[in-house]
Design a protein around this ligand. Structure first.
Ligand SMILES: *[C@@H]1O[C@H](CO)[C@@H](O)[C@H](O)[C@H]1NC(C)=O
Ligand SMILES: *[C@@H]1O[C@H](CO)[C@@H](O)[C@H](O)[C@H]1NC(C)=O
Ligand SMILES: *[C@@H]1O[C@H](CO)[C@@H](O)[C@H](O)[C@H]1NC(C)=O
Ligand SMILES: *[C@@H]1O[C@H](CO)[C@@H](O)[C@H](O)[C@H]1NC(C)=O
Ligand SMILES: *[C@@H]1O[C@H](CO)[C@@H](O)[C@H](O)[C@H]1NC(C)=O
Ligand SMILES: *[C@@H]1O[C@H](CO)[C@@H](O)[C@H](O)[C@H]1NC(C)=O
Length: 408
Protein backbone atom coordinates (compact mmCIF):
# COMPACT_ATOMS: atom_id res chain seq x y z
CA UNK A 1 0.00 0.00 0.00
CA UNK A 2 1.37 3.36 -0.97
CA UNK A 3 1.32 6.25 1.41
CA UNK A 4 -1.44 7.86 -0.64
CA UNK A 5 -3.47 4.67 -0.59
CA UNK A 6 -2.97 4.44 3.17
CA UNK A 7 -4.10 8.04 3.55
CA UNK A 8 -7.22 7.43 1.44
CA UNK A 9 -7.97 4.23 3.34
CA UNK A 10 -7.68 5.98 6.68
CA UNK A 11 -9.87 8.81 5.54
CA UNK A 12 -12.38 6.40 4.19
CA UNK A 13 -12.42 4.50 7.47
CA UNK A 14 -12.81 7.71 9.37
CA UNK A 15 -15.72 8.79 7.17
CA UNK A 16 -17.45 5.46 7.70
CA UNK A 17 -16.92 5.70 11.45
CA UNK A 18 -18.35 9.21 11.55
CA UNK A 19 -21.32 8.07 9.50
CA UNK A 20 -21.87 5.12 11.79
CA UNK A 21 -21.57 7.32 14.83
CA UNK A 22 -24.12 9.77 13.44
CA UNK A 23 -26.33 6.84 12.60
CA UNK A 24 -26.14 5.43 16.12
CA UNK A 25 -26.64 8.87 17.61
CA UNK A 26 -29.60 9.49 15.30
CA UNK A 27 -31.30 6.23 16.04
CA UNK A 28 -30.58 6.21 19.73
CA UNK A 29 -31.93 9.70 20.21
CA UNK A 30 -34.77 9.01 17.85
CA UNK A 31 -35.69 5.85 19.73
CA UNK A 32 -35.08 7.37 23.11
CA UNK A 33 -38.57 6.71 24.38
CA UNK A 34 -39.39 3.70 22.29
CA UNK A 35 -40.69 1.16 24.75
CA UNK A 36 -39.77 -2.38 24.01
CA UNK A 37 -41.46 -5.13 25.88
CA UNK A 38 -39.26 -6.79 28.39
CA UNK A 39 -39.59 -10.56 28.46
CA UNK A 40 -39.62 -11.47 32.13
CA UNK A 41 -38.61 -15.10 31.74
CA UNK A 42 -35.27 -13.95 30.30
CA UNK A 43 -34.23 -12.70 33.71
CA UNK A 44 -35.36 -15.64 35.78
CA UNK A 45 -32.59 -17.98 36.80
CA UNK A 46 -33.55 -21.60 36.66
CA UNK A 47 -32.51 -23.50 39.75
CA UNK A 48 -32.75 -27.20 40.42
CA UNK A 49 -33.25 -28.40 36.90
CA UNK A 50 -33.95 -31.88 38.13
CA UNK A 51 -37.30 -32.96 36.82
CA UNK A 52 -37.72 -35.77 39.30
CA UNK A 53 -41.42 -36.37 39.81
CA UNK A 54 -42.58 -34.99 43.10
CA UNK A 55 -44.28 -37.66 45.15
CA UNK A 56 -47.79 -36.38 44.75
CA UNK A 57 -49.28 -38.32 47.61
CA UNK A 58 -46.71 -36.92 49.97
CA UNK A 59 -47.54 -33.92 52.10
CA UNK A 60 -49.91 -31.05 51.83
CA UNK A 61 -49.43 -28.72 48.87
CA UNK A 62 -48.34 -25.17 49.47
CA UNK A 63 -49.70 -22.52 47.11
CA UNK A 64 -48.21 -19.06 47.05
CA UNK A 65 -50.22 -16.09 45.76
CA UNK A 66 -47.45 -14.13 44.12
CA UNK A 67 -49.35 -11.14 42.77
CA UNK A 68 -52.13 -9.10 44.27
CA UNK A 69 -55.75 -9.71 43.36
CA UNK A 70 -57.22 -6.55 41.84
CA UNK A 71 -54.89 -4.68 44.17
CA UNK A 72 -55.81 -6.68 47.27
CA UNK A 73 -52.80 -7.97 49.10
CA UNK A 74 -54.77 -10.51 51.06
CA UNK A 75 -55.53 -12.63 48.02
CA UNK A 76 -55.84 -15.97 49.85
CA UNK A 77 -58.01 -14.75 52.68
CA UNK A 78 -60.63 -13.87 50.09
CA UNK A 79 -63.18 -16.56 50.74
CA UNK A 80 -60.77 -19.02 52.26
CA UNK A 81 -62.28 -18.62 55.68
CA UNK A 82 -61.04 -16.84 58.78
CA UNK A 83 -57.58 -18.41 58.96
CA UNK A 84 -56.76 -17.82 55.34
CA UNK A 85 -54.44 -20.78 55.32
CA UNK A 86 -56.30 -23.77 54.07
CA UNK A 87 -59.26 -24.42 51.90
CA UNK A 88 -62.19 -25.03 54.16
CA UNK A 89 -63.15 -28.66 54.19
CA UNK A 90 -66.82 -27.73 54.04
CA UNK A 91 -66.58 -26.97 50.35
CA UNK A 92 -63.52 -28.91 49.33
CA UNK A 93 -62.42 -32.53 49.68
CA UNK A 94 -58.78 -31.52 49.53
CA UNK A 95 -56.67 -29.46 51.86
CA UNK A 96 -53.87 -27.15 50.83
CA UNK A 97 -51.88 -24.42 52.44
CA UNK A 98 -52.26 -20.96 50.91
CA UNK A 99 -49.93 -18.09 51.60
CA UNK A 100 -48.81 -14.65 50.43
CA UNK A 101 -45.47 -14.90 52.22
CA UNK A 102 -42.92 -14.58 49.41
CA UNK A 103 -40.18 -15.98 51.65
CA UNK A 104 -41.82 -19.37 51.28
CA UNK A 105 -41.15 -19.45 47.54
CA UNK A 106 -38.63 -22.28 47.60
CA UNK A 107 -40.99 -24.58 49.47
CA UNK A 108 -44.09 -23.73 47.42
CA UNK A 109 -45.52 -26.19 44.94
CA UNK A 110 -47.24 -23.52 42.88
CA UNK A 111 -47.24 -19.76 42.38
CA UNK A 112 -50.40 -17.95 41.32
CA UNK A 113 -50.19 -14.85 39.16
CA UNK A 114 -53.49 -13.04 38.74
CA UNK A 115 -53.57 -11.97 35.09
CA UNK A 116 -54.95 -8.51 35.73
CA UNK A 117 -52.30 -7.77 38.38
CA UNK A 118 -49.29 -8.46 36.18
CA UNK A 119 -47.98 -4.90 36.17
CA UNK A 120 -47.35 -3.99 32.59
CA UNK A 121 -45.44 -0.73 32.96
CA UNK A 122 -42.50 -2.44 34.60
CA UNK A 123 -41.89 -4.56 31.52
CA UNK A 124 -40.90 -1.58 29.46
CA UNK A 125 -37.45 -0.38 28.64
CA UNK A 126 -36.79 3.23 29.42
CA UNK A 127 -33.75 5.22 28.42
CA UNK A 128 -31.98 2.12 27.14
CA UNK A 129 -31.89 0.38 30.48
CA UNK A 130 -33.95 -2.58 31.45
CA UNK A 131 -36.39 -1.94 34.20
CA UNK A 132 -36.72 -5.16 36.07
CA UNK A 133 -40.28 -5.99 36.99
CA UNK A 134 -40.09 -6.06 40.74
CA UNK A 135 -42.84 -8.59 41.11
CA UNK A 136 -41.21 -11.33 39.06
CA UNK A 137 -39.25 -13.90 41.07
CA UNK A 138 -35.54 -13.95 40.36
CA UNK A 139 -35.26 -17.72 40.42
CA UNK A 140 -37.50 -20.58 39.50
CA UNK A 141 -37.57 -24.16 40.61
CA UNK A 142 -38.04 -26.43 37.64
CA UNK A 143 -40.57 -28.55 39.49
CA UNK A 144 -42.71 -25.61 40.60
CA UNK A 145 -45.86 -24.62 38.71
CA UNK A 146 -46.30 -20.98 37.77
CA UNK A 147 -49.97 -20.43 37.11
CA UNK A 148 -51.79 -17.87 34.99
CA UNK A 149 -55.10 -17.25 36.77
CA UNK A 150 -57.83 -15.08 35.27
CA UNK A 151 -61.61 -14.95 35.28
CA UNK A 152 -61.98 -11.87 33.10
CA UNK A 153 -62.55 -12.15 29.37
CA UNK A 154 -59.76 -11.40 26.85
CA UNK A 155 -61.39 -8.04 26.06
CA UNK A 156 -60.92 -7.02 29.69
CA UNK A 157 -57.42 -8.42 30.25
CA UNK A 158 -55.40 -5.20 29.60
CA UNK A 159 -51.96 -6.84 29.89
CA UNK A 160 -49.37 -7.38 27.10
CA UNK A 161 -49.55 -11.15 27.32
CA UNK A 162 -46.90 -11.58 24.61
CA UNK A 163 -44.35 -10.76 27.30
CA UNK A 164 -45.32 -13.92 29.13
CA UNK A 165 -44.67 -16.55 26.52
CA UNK A 166 -42.80 -19.54 27.97
CA UNK A 167 -43.35 -18.08 31.42
CA UNK A 168 -46.29 -20.00 32.83
CA UNK A 169 -46.72 -23.73 33.30
CA UNK A 170 -50.47 -23.88 33.71
CA UNK A 171 -53.51 -21.85 32.80
CA UNK A 172 -56.40 -21.55 35.20
CA UNK A 173 -59.43 -19.74 33.77
CA UNK A 174 -63.12 -20.09 32.91
CA UNK A 175 -62.15 -21.40 29.46
CA UNK A 176 -62.93 -25.09 29.13
CA UNK A 177 -59.54 -25.74 27.52
CA UNK A 178 -57.58 -24.39 30.50
CA UNK A 179 -55.24 -26.76 32.32
CA UNK A 180 -57.35 -26.11 35.40
CA UNK A 181 -60.89 -25.25 34.34
CA UNK A 182 -62.74 -22.95 36.72
CA UNK A 183 -66.35 -22.29 35.75
CA UNK A 184 -68.02 -19.39 37.55
CA UNK A 185 -70.74 -21.71 38.77
CA UNK A 186 -72.26 -25.03 37.89
CA UNK A 187 -75.40 -27.06 38.35
CA UNK A 188 -75.20 -30.19 40.47
CA UNK A 189 -77.60 -33.13 40.74
CA UNK A 190 -79.94 -32.89 43.69
CA UNK A 191 -80.75 -35.45 46.32
CA UNK A 192 -84.19 -36.82 47.16
CA UNK A 193 -84.63 -34.62 50.22
CA UNK A 194 -83.69 -31.49 48.32
CA UNK A 195 -86.26 -32.41 45.68
CA UNK A 196 -89.09 -32.20 48.17
CA UNK A 197 -88.71 -28.50 48.82
CA UNK A 198 -87.96 -27.66 45.21
CA UNK A 199 -91.04 -28.66 43.23
CA UNK A 200 -91.89 -25.85 40.83
CA UNK A 201 -95.42 -24.70 41.48
CA UNK A 202 -97.74 -21.77 41.38
CA UNK A 203 -96.65 -20.62 44.82
CA UNK A 204 -93.50 -19.39 43.14
CA UNK A 205 -95.64 -17.07 41.08
CA UNK A 206 -97.60 -15.49 43.88
CA UNK A 207 -95.34 -12.52 44.43
CA UNK A 208 -94.01 -12.27 40.90
CA UNK A 209 -95.79 -9.16 39.72
CA UNK A 210 -92.98 -7.67 37.65
CA UNK A 211 -91.45 -8.60 34.33
CA UNK A 212 -87.75 -8.04 33.57
CA UNK A 213 -84.91 -7.01 35.91
CA UNK A 214 -81.32 -6.18 35.15
CA UNK A 215 -78.52 -5.38 37.61
CA UNK A 216 -75.70 -3.53 35.89
CA UNK A 217 -72.72 -1.42 36.84
CA UNK A 218 -70.77 -1.41 33.58
CA UNK A 219 -72.86 0.90 31.40
CA UNK A 220 -71.00 0.80 28.07
CA UNK A 221 -69.74 -2.56 26.91
CA UNK A 222 -68.12 -4.32 24.01
CA UNK A 223 -71.14 -6.59 23.66
CA UNK A 224 -73.38 -3.50 23.22
CA UNK A 225 -75.91 -5.08 25.55
CA UNK A 226 -77.00 -1.59 26.63
CA UNK A 227 -78.34 -0.92 23.12
CA UNK A 228 -80.34 -4.13 23.16
CA UNK A 229 -81.87 -3.28 26.50
CA UNK A 230 -82.74 0.21 25.31
CA UNK A 231 -84.56 -1.35 22.38
CA UNK A 232 -86.23 -4.02 24.53
CA UNK A 233 -87.59 -1.33 26.86
CA UNK A 234 -89.75 -0.02 24.04
CA UNK A 235 -91.87 -3.15 24.18
CA UNK A 236 -91.72 -4.41 27.75
CA UNK A 237 -91.07 -3.14 31.28
CA UNK A 238 -87.38 -3.54 32.18
CA UNK A 239 -86.22 -2.31 35.58
CA UNK A 240 -82.53 -1.50 35.76
CA UNK A 241 -80.74 -1.86 39.11
CA UNK A 242 -77.23 -0.77 40.02
CA UNK A 243 -75.14 2.23 39.06
CA UNK A 244 -76.38 2.33 35.44
CA UNK A 245 -80.01 2.29 36.43
CA UNK A 246 -82.67 4.08 38.37
CA UNK A 247 -83.34 1.32 40.95
CA UNK A 248 -81.24 -0.04 43.75
CA UNK A 249 -81.43 -3.02 46.02
CA UNK A 250 -82.36 -2.47 49.63
CA UNK A 251 -80.31 -5.45 50.77
CA UNK A 252 -76.99 -4.77 52.39
CA UNK A 253 -73.78 -5.40 50.54
CA UNK A 254 -72.85 -4.83 46.95
CA UNK A 255 -75.58 -4.13 44.46
CA UNK A 256 -74.53 -7.09 42.31
CA UNK A 257 -74.15 -9.54 45.20
CA UNK A 258 -76.34 -12.60 45.56
CA UNK A 259 -78.47 -10.81 48.16
CA UNK A 260 -79.62 -8.35 45.53
CA UNK A 261 -80.57 -11.19 43.18
CA UNK A 262 -82.49 -12.81 46.01
CA UNK A 263 -84.38 -9.61 46.61
CA UNK A 264 -85.41 -9.01 43.02
CA UNK A 265 -85.99 -12.72 42.43
CA UNK A 266 -89.04 -12.52 44.65
CA UNK A 267 -90.90 -10.17 42.38
CA UNK A 268 -89.45 -10.52 38.88
CA UNK A 269 -90.11 -13.24 36.34
CA UNK A 270 -87.15 -12.65 34.05
CA UNK A 271 -83.57 -11.54 34.43
CA UNK A 272 -81.22 -10.20 31.76
CA UNK A 273 -78.05 -12.29 32.01
CA UNK A 274 -76.31 -10.18 29.38
CA UNK A 275 -72.52 -10.53 29.36
CA UNK A 276 -70.28 -7.50 28.79
CA UNK A 277 -68.29 -9.32 26.11
CA UNK A 278 -69.16 -12.11 23.69
CA UNK A 279 -66.37 -14.62 24.23
CA UNK A 280 -66.04 -18.40 24.03
CA UNK A 281 -67.06 -20.08 27.32
CA UNK A 282 -67.55 -16.72 29.04
CA UNK A 283 -70.64 -17.20 31.18
CA UNK A 284 -70.58 -15.51 34.54
CA UNK A 285 -72.49 -15.38 37.81
CA UNK A 286 -75.14 -13.24 36.06
CA UNK A 287 -76.54 -16.44 34.62
CA UNK A 288 -76.24 -18.76 37.63
CA UNK A 289 -77.45 -16.19 40.15
CA UNK A 290 -80.67 -15.77 38.18
CA UNK A 291 -81.18 -19.55 38.09
CA UNK A 292 -80.45 -19.78 41.79
CA UNK A 293 -82.94 -17.10 42.77
CA UNK A 294 -86.02 -18.21 40.85
CA UNK A 295 -85.85 -16.06 37.73
CA UNK A 296 -85.71 -17.18 34.11
CA UNK A 297 -82.39 -15.92 32.70
CA UNK A 298 -82.48 -14.28 29.30
CA UNK A 299 -78.96 -14.90 28.04
CA UNK A 300 -76.79 -12.93 25.65
CA UNK A 301 -73.19 -14.08 25.43
CA UNK A 302 -70.53 -16.04 23.58
CA UNK A 303 -70.78 -19.28 25.54
CA UNK A 304 -72.61 -22.41 24.50
CA UNK A 305 -75.22 -22.21 27.25
CA UNK A 306 -76.49 -25.75 26.71
CA UNK A 307 -73.18 -26.93 28.14
CA UNK A 308 -73.91 -25.09 31.39
CA UNK A 309 -77.62 -25.66 31.99
CA UNK A 310 -80.41 -27.75 30.49
CA UNK A 311 -82.18 -26.33 27.47
CA UNK A 312 -85.49 -24.95 28.64
CA UNK A 313 -84.05 -23.36 31.76
CA UNK A 314 -83.13 -20.12 29.98
CA UNK A 315 -84.09 -17.99 26.99
CA UNK A 316 -81.41 -17.06 24.45
CA UNK A 317 -81.80 -13.49 23.19
CA UNK A 318 -79.74 -14.36 20.13
CA UNK A 319 -82.34 -16.85 18.94
CA UNK A 320 -84.79 -14.02 18.30
CA UNK A 321 -84.57 -11.87 15.23
CA UNK A 322 -85.37 -8.69 17.13
CA UNK A 323 -85.97 -7.33 20.61
CA UNK A 324 -89.58 -6.77 19.64
CA UNK A 325 -89.95 -10.48 18.99
CA UNK A 326 -88.24 -11.35 22.28
CA UNK A 327 -90.59 -8.99 24.13
CA UNK A 328 -93.69 -10.56 22.65
CA UNK A 329 -92.38 -14.02 23.57
CA UNK A 330 -91.92 -12.88 27.18
CA UNK A 331 -95.35 -11.24 27.29
CA UNK A 332 -96.85 -14.50 26.16
CA UNK A 333 -95.09 -16.44 28.94
CA UNK A 334 -96.40 -13.86 31.37
CA UNK A 335 -99.91 -14.55 30.20
CA UNK A 336 -99.75 -18.34 30.44
CA UNK A 337 -98.44 -19.52 33.83
CA UNK A 338 -98.11 -23.09 32.63
CA UNK A 339 -95.71 -22.09 29.87
CA UNK A 340 -93.70 -19.93 32.24
CA UNK A 341 -93.43 -22.65 34.89
CA UNK A 342 -91.98 -25.05 32.32
CA UNK A 343 -88.78 -23.04 32.64
CA UNK A 344 -88.37 -24.44 36.16
CA UNK A 345 -88.47 -28.13 35.22
CA UNK A 346 -84.71 -28.30 35.64
CA UNK A 347 -85.14 -27.87 39.39
CA UNK A 348 -86.41 -31.43 39.61
CA UNK A 349 -82.91 -32.62 38.78
CA UNK A 350 -80.40 -29.90 39.57
CA UNK A 351 -79.52 -27.03 41.83
CA UNK A 352 -76.92 -24.31 41.52
CA UNK A 353 -73.89 -25.32 43.54
CA UNK A 354 -73.52 -23.16 46.61
CA UNK A 355 -69.85 -22.29 46.26
CA UNK A 356 -68.33 -19.01 45.11
CA UNK A 357 -66.01 -18.89 42.13
CA UNK A 358 -62.99 -18.13 44.32
CA UNK A 359 -63.75 -21.04 46.65
CA UNK A 360 -64.12 -23.27 43.61
CA UNK A 361 -60.85 -22.00 42.18
CA UNK A 362 -58.75 -22.87 45.19
CA UNK A 363 -60.43 -26.22 45.60
CA UNK A 364 -59.85 -27.19 41.96
CA UNK A 365 -56.25 -26.10 42.12
CA UNK A 366 -55.71 -27.98 45.35
CA UNK A 367 -57.29 -31.09 43.86
CA UNK A 368 -55.23 -30.83 40.66
CA UNK A 369 -51.97 -30.56 42.58
CA UNK A 370 -52.88 -33.20 45.14
CA UNK A 371 -54.00 -35.84 42.68
CA UNK A 372 -51.54 -35.05 39.91
CA UNK A 373 -54.28 -34.23 37.38
CA UNK A 374 -52.01 -31.70 35.75
CA UNK A 375 -49.06 -32.54 33.48
CA UNK A 376 -45.80 -33.10 35.32
CA UNK A 377 -43.87 -30.81 33.02
CA UNK A 378 -45.47 -28.17 30.88
CA UNK A 379 -44.80 -24.69 29.58
CA UNK A 380 -47.42 -22.41 28.04
CA UNK A 381 -45.45 -21.36 25.00
CA UNK A 382 -47.78 -18.82 23.45
CA UNK A 383 -50.05 -17.42 26.11
CA UNK A 384 -51.43 -14.59 24.05
CA UNK A 385 -52.47 -16.62 21.05
CA UNK A 386 -54.04 -19.20 23.32
CA UNK A 387 -55.99 -16.59 25.23
CA UNK A 388 -57.09 -14.57 22.21
CA UNK A 389 -57.84 -17.39 19.79
CA UNK A 390 -59.72 -20.67 20.06
CA UNK A 391 -59.68 -23.34 17.37
CA UNK A 392 -58.33 -20.87 14.80
CA UNK A 393 -60.87 -18.15 15.35
CA UNK A 394 -60.96 -15.17 17.63
CA UNK A 395 -62.30 -15.91 21.07
CA UNK A 396 -64.36 -12.74 21.32
CA UNK A 397 -66.68 -11.30 18.73
CA UNK A 398 -67.91 -7.76 18.37
CA UNK A 399 -71.59 -7.64 17.62
CA UNK A 400 -72.32 -5.91 14.38
CA UNK A 401 -75.53 -4.29 15.45
CA UNK A 402 -77.08 -2.07 12.82
CA UNK A 403 -79.29 0.90 13.72
CA UNK A 404 -82.30 -1.38 13.63
CA UNK A 405 -80.65 -3.54 16.31
CA UNK A 406 -81.59 -6.77 14.65
CA UNK A 407 -79.90 -9.69 16.37
CA UNK A 408 -77.90 -12.24 14.39
C1 LIG B 1 -45.05 -41.64 47.96
O1 LIG B 1 -45.28 -41.48 49.34
C2 LIG B 1 -46.14 -42.47 49.89
C3 LIG B 1 -46.42 -42.09 51.34
O2 LIG B 1 -45.28 -41.59 51.97
C4 LIG B 1 -45.48 -43.85 49.75
O3 LIG B 1 -46.32 -44.85 50.28
C5 LIG B 1 -45.22 -44.11 48.27
O4 LIG B 1 -44.53 -45.33 48.13
C6 LIG B 1 -44.40 -42.99 47.64
N1 LIG B 1 -44.33 -43.18 46.20
C7 LIG B 1 -43.21 -43.01 45.50
C8 LIG B 1 -43.29 -43.23 44.04
O5 LIG B 1 -42.18 -42.64 46.04
C1 LIG C 1 -37.79 -27.36 44.27
O1 LIG C 1 -39.13 -27.83 44.52
C2 LIG C 1 -39.18 -29.11 45.10
C3 LIG C 1 -40.64 -29.53 45.17
O2 LIG C 1 -41.45 -28.49 45.64
C4 LIG C 1 -38.53 -29.07 46.45
O3 LIG C 1 -38.53 -30.38 47.01
C5 LIG C 1 -37.09 -28.59 46.32
O4 LIG C 1 -36.50 -28.41 47.58
C6 LIG C 1 -37.03 -27.24 45.58
N1 LIG C 1 -35.66 -26.89 45.31
C7 LIG C 1 -35.16 -25.69 45.57
C8 LIG C 1 -33.73 -25.49 45.24
O5 LIG C 1 -35.86 -24.77 46.00
C1 LIG D 1 -73.22 -26.64 22.14
O1 LIG D 1 -72.99 -27.75 23.00
C2 LIG D 1 -73.79 -28.88 22.68
C3 LIG D 1 -73.56 -29.90 23.78
O2 LIG D 1 -72.20 -30.17 23.97
C4 LIG D 1 -73.40 -29.37 21.28
O3 LIG D 1 -74.18 -30.49 20.94
C5 LIG D 1 -73.64 -28.23 20.27
O4 LIG D 1 -73.19 -28.63 19.00
C6 LIG D 1 -72.89 -26.98 20.71
N1 LIG D 1 -73.28 -25.88 19.83
C7 LIG D 1 -72.40 -25.10 19.24
C8 LIG D 1 -72.96 -24.00 18.40
O5 LIG D 1 -71.20 -25.26 19.35
C1 LIG E 1 -75.19 -21.85 51.03
O1 LIG E 1 -74.27 -20.92 51.60
C2 LIG E 1 -74.81 -20.14 52.65
C3 LIG E 1 -73.74 -19.16 53.07
O2 LIG E 1 -72.51 -19.80 53.26
C4 LIG E 1 -75.26 -21.05 53.79
O3 LIG E 1 -75.82 -20.29 54.82
C5 LIG E 1 -76.26 -22.06 53.26
O4 LIG E 1 -76.61 -22.97 54.28
C6 LIG E 1 -75.69 -22.81 52.08
N1 LIG E 1 -76.70 -23.70 51.53
C7 LIG E 1 -76.46 -24.94 51.17
C8 LIG E 1 -77.60 -25.68 50.58
O5 LIG E 1 -75.37 -25.46 51.30
C1 LIG F 1 -42.36 -24.56 33.97
O1 LIG F 1 -41.84 -23.88 32.84
C2 LIG F 1 -40.46 -23.54 32.97
C3 LIG F 1 -40.09 -22.69 31.77
O2 LIG F 1 -40.26 -23.40 30.59
C4 LIG F 1 -39.66 -24.83 33.09
O3 LIG F 1 -38.30 -24.50 33.27
C5 LIG F 1 -40.17 -25.63 34.27
O4 LIG F 1 -39.52 -26.87 34.33
C6 LIG F 1 -41.65 -25.88 34.15
N1 LIG F 1 -42.14 -26.52 35.35
C7 LIG F 1 -43.04 -27.50 35.33
C8 LIG F 1 -43.43 -28.07 36.65
O5 LIG F 1 -43.56 -27.90 34.31
C1 LIG G 1 -55.88 -24.38 12.56
O1 LIG G 1 -55.24 -23.97 11.36
C2 LIG G 1 -54.10 -24.77 11.03
C3 LIG G 1 -53.43 -24.14 9.82
O2 LIG G 1 -54.38 -23.67 8.90
C4 LIG G 1 -54.57 -26.21 10.77
O3 LIG G 1 -53.45 -27.04 10.46
C5 LIG G 1 -55.26 -26.75 12.03
O4 LIG G 1 -55.77 -28.06 11.80
C6 LIG G 1 -56.38 -25.82 12.47
N1 LIG G 1 -56.90 -26.25 13.75
C7 LIG G 1 -58.21 -26.37 14.02
C8 LIG G 1 -58.57 -26.86 15.39
O5 LIG G 1 -59.07 -26.10 13.21
Amino acid sequence: MSRKQQYLFLNFGLAISILLFINVLYFSTNNWDVRRIFYPQDSVRLISTSKLPVNLTKGIKRILFWTEYFGHEDFPSLELGPTGVDVQRQFCDYGCEFTTNKELISSSDALIFHGRDLKTESFEVRESSLVRPNHIPTERNASQYWIFYLLESPVNTFVPLEAFNNFFNLTMTYRTDSDIYVPYQRLVKITETELQNETPNRKLLQKKSKMVAWIVSNCETQSKRELLVKELKKYIQVDVYGSCGENSCSSHGRDNGLACYEEIGKSYKFYLSFENTLCTDYVTEKFFNALATGMVPIVYGGANYSQHAPKGSYIDARSFSSMKELASYLLNLDKYDKLYLKYFQWKKHFRVENVTVLQRSWCRLCRALSTGEVPLVRTVSNLKSWWMRYRNSTVCTTPDLPETLELL
